[in-house]
Design a binder for this molecule. Structure first.
Ligand code: 13P
Length: 253
């Protein structure tokens, strides 16, 4: 099964409005030849409308980095999927490890956010991954199994192809310590097997699984050469238009 490559950036809490605008104006011409691949950027809420507007005639998919699990209500400081949609965005990151680590996002919360993102027709990128202690004590797969089971609880075979998964080992995020191609492939193939248990193989083979954690222009091609790595989720290297464009335009090996 050939899955369409998905190259996504996550700006995290970087870039004010002017910087976001400058980035998009520089970036879009650098990727104007992209056809087969999909590319996306998850930007801060404050830049969502602006970036979505600037990107509307391009191939760039624009998304948020988080959402609330409800449509509206007394949730001071929160943003709903319907609000994200009205900004012109079409994607949302869910359960990023920084949300899990600092803001209490649990697998149960992730599953509620996933349900509402699907309800509103946003493309959800569900993030998971083990931390260093879990990897070193040989628990990585156990953790992944628990995370995927609960985070995707209730996901139907019909909806599965509408989601993207991102495997982001916490020990590789922002550390410069990328998982090896083999480590990433092993985790991706494990996740696809669990997905198969949950929704069946016909749906599971259609789900794109991204790798995230210190992806750079010089390691993207070898990661992408792995059979179960369908894309990347890039933090630091997505902050410069040149380096993110190099990642999007990588030459397959
Ligand atoms: P880095 O690419 O900076 O390691 O961040 C990865 C990440 O968390 C993307 O969501």
């Amino acid at each position: 099964m050939r899955r369409r490559s998905f190259l996504a950036g996550n700006w995290k809490m970087f870039k004010e409005l002017d910087e976001a605008k400058e980035f998009v104006l520089e970036f879009l011409p650098l990727v104007s030849q992209v056809r087969e691949r999909q590319m996306a950027l998850a930007v801060p809420f404050t830049s969502l409308s602006l970036v979505a507007e600037l990107a509307k005639d391009s191939q760039l998919i624009v998304g948020a980095q988080n959402c609330h699990w409800d449509n509206e209500g007394a949730f001071t400081g929160e943003i709903s999927c319907s609000m994200i949609k009205t900004c012109g965005a079409s994607m949302v990151l869910i359960g990023h490890s920084e949300r899990r680590q600092y803001f209490g996002d649990t697998d149960q919360i992730v599953s509620r956010k996933l349900a509402i993102a699907l309800y509103y027709g946003l493309l959800p990128i569900v993030c998971l991954g083990e931390n260093l202690a879990e990897r070193e004590s040989g628990l990585a797969f156990e953790v992944l199994s628990r995370q995927i089971k609960t985070s995707l609880e209730g996901l139907t075979a019909a909806d599965a192809p509408k989601i993207v998964l991102a495997y982001e080992p916490v020990w590789a995020i922002g550390t410069g310590r990328t998982a090896t191609d083999q480590q990433a492939q092993e985790a991706h193939s494990y996740l696809r097997a669990r997905l198969t248990d949950m929704v069946g193989s016909e749906a599971a083979v259609q789900v794109r699984i991204l790798y995230g954690g210190s992806v750079k222009p010089d390691n993207v091609a070898s990661l992408m050469s792995q059979p179960d790595i369908d894309g990347v989720l890039v933090g630091g290297a997505s902050l410069s238009p040149q380096s993110f464009a190099k990642i999007v335009n990588y030459l397959p090996i």
